[in-house]
Design a protein around this ligand. Structure first.
Ligand code: PLP
Length: 345
């Protein structure tokens, strides 16, 4: 028999008998409280995808020699379910997350799956967890699809057992500063990703090396790092957000710039939506919208000349986050977040 594909119609649901009390909105901290259930599907090389289950939220029981605990066979996605003005629950461009998750899985030697089937399972999960989707601007249910290697043994090889699961956390603002602007430290004493590396995949392994530099940046009052690459000081991304800069040129025309998908940045869904919207909505006589390389030196020089209009980060968790300051080599590059830079047609 050939290994079974992922099949949402096999789903079984066991509901909790001890439903949690909903937290008041002001108590929601990003990724700290979870809904009542977990969605899980086991995979083996021999049998393929097993029966998907939704069961009460629980701990995982793993042998200490499980491969994800030793060699980072782990990847994830981040997406959000919102409640629209009629109270209906909507997910945002989930097909994009499914494509990316499968790209990550392939690169991490973990099993791929039919993204449409997983989206059907996510929809079922949302029906079960409906009451956890908060209402209000900026509030949503953050969804965390995760895939881990669960084969047991210390040999370094492609996992022949894996677990695909989904947990969810009701959320409000991502940064502790709330929906206020963020301050970044442009970091060149450590590097997040490099050419032909895995920076373009949402692998857990990409994040562990960024936290110590983030702690250093925090001691200087910054909430995130702006990751640079190379002697030239190329700007890549923020580590959980892609980054955009708006400039005004000497002739009065304007440019919206974000670094290109060169393998060193995560291809964000919010980045893609931002580019698409900017290209559709900004007046092309006034604006050019470019994916091009830019350096921290260009941003500094243009800010000094008064040509930096705005800077912002994009990502599912943080949505669109204005950046009001970037510290580089002890100097602060200031951006004004209160302009009306983007007037749409
Ligand atoms: C998830 C993520 C982003 C943002 O991607 P979205 O699809 O917009 O959420 C940006 N950078 C990194 C490193 C990420 O992990």
């Amino acid at each position: 028999m050939s290994p079974a594909p992922l099949d949402a119609s096999k789903l079984t649901i066991t509901k909790t008998t001890t439903p949690k009390e909903l937290l008041p909105k002001e108590k929601l901290v990003f990724g700290k409280s979870f809904t009542d259930h977990i969605l899980e599907v086991e995979w083996t090389k021999e049998k393929g995808w097993g029966v998907p289950t939704i069961t009460p939220y629980h701990n995982l029981s793993l042998n200490p020699a499980t491969s994800c605990l030793h060699y980072s066979f782990e990847l994830f996605e981040g997406m959000k379910a919102y409640r629209d003005s009629e109270g209906k629950i909507r997910t945002f461009r989930g097909d994009k997350n499914m494509e990316r998750m499968n790209r990550s899985a392939k690169r991490a030697a973990l099993p791929t799956f039919d993204g449409e089937e997983f989206m059907k399972l996510i929809d079922k999960f949302l029906t079960v967890e409906e009451r956890f989707v908060p209402t209000g601007y900026g509030y949503s249910l953050y969804l965390r699809p995760t895939l881990i290697g669960t084969n047991v043994g210390l040999g370094v090889s492609a996992p022949d057992h894996a677990l695909l699961y989904l947990i969810a956390s009701p959320v409000g603002p991502y940064f502790s500063a709330g929906f206020k602007p963020v301050s970044l430290e442009a970091t060149d004493y450590a590097v997040r990703a490099w050419p032909k590396g895995v920076g373009a995949y949402k692998l857990g392994a990409n994040y562990v090396s960024c936290i110590e530099p983030q702690m250093q940046a925090a001691t200087r009052g910054h909430s995130q790092n702006l990751w640079l690459f190379g002697e030239e000081g190329y700007i890549t991304e923020v580590g959980a957000m892609n980054v955009f800069f708006a400039f005004v040129n000497e002739d009065g025309t304007k440019e919206l710039v974000t670094p290109p998908l060169d393998g060193m940045i995560l291809p964000g869904v919010t980045r893609d939506s931002t580019l698409e919207l900017a290209r559709a909505k900004l007046d092309p006589k006034e604006w050019s919208v470019n994916e091009r390389k830019l350096t921290i030196h260009e941003v500094k020089e243009r800010a000094d000349k008064g040509e930096l209009l705005e800077a912002f980060g994009t990502g599912t968790a943080a949505i669109v986050s204005p950046i009001d300051n970037i510290e580089f080599n002890g100097k602060n590059i200031k951006a004004d977040c209160n302009r009306e830079t983007f007037v749409v047609k």
